[in-house]
Design a protein around this ligand. Structure first.
Ligand code: SF4
Ligand code: SF4
Length: 132
């Protein structure tokens, strides 16, 4: 009987590395990225924790808000002694969600009052970043 070859499913780290072109094991956890991130306080995991979770292949990272809060400002990349581009890793994590075509923001879920109050630029930016 012919043997069927099983193709191993890529783990989270491999998917993120493929999408971002970054190598997560380059990070040695110095924390410089987290200490300089202007949005770290709003994140439920610090940027250095995000990359640590990737090293550990922790799929619960996909439930974190960090990738959605990241503004791709590149402050972390400038500070990183290992040249890790965390913004690319965050974008790759967003892409994994967006490729499932699950929208994080839906205009239908916003009230007319909210749409009136929110700045248009914030709505457009949010739809571009968070819609599959
Ligand atoms: S600054 Fe670079 S090496 Fe240091 S924790 Fe952040 S990603 Fe890792
Ligand atoms: S690119 Fe994202 S993770 Fe890096 S400093 Fe800016 S907001 Fe923080």
């Amino acid at each position: 009987m012919a043997r069927t070859k099983t193709i191993p499913r890529e783990n989270l780290r491999e998917r993120v590395e493929e999408l971002s072109g970054e190598r997560v094991f380059a990070c040695y956890q110095c924390g410089m990225c987290s200490s300089g991130c202007p949005y770290a306080e709003q994140m439920d995991r610090l940027p250095s924790q995000v990359i640590r979770d990737l090293q550990l292949d922790d799929e619960t990272l996909l439930d974190s808000n960090a990738m959605w809060v990241c503004a791709s400002c590149l402050a972390c990349e400038v500070r990183c002694p290992k040249g890790v581009d965390l913004a690319k890793l965050m974008e790759a994590l967003r892409q994994i969600h967006l490729r499932k075509a699950l929208d994080r923001v839906s205009l239908d879920d916003l009230s007319k009052d909210e749409i009136k109050k929110l700045p248009q630029i914030a709505l457009v930016a949010s739809l571009r970043k968070k819609s599959g």
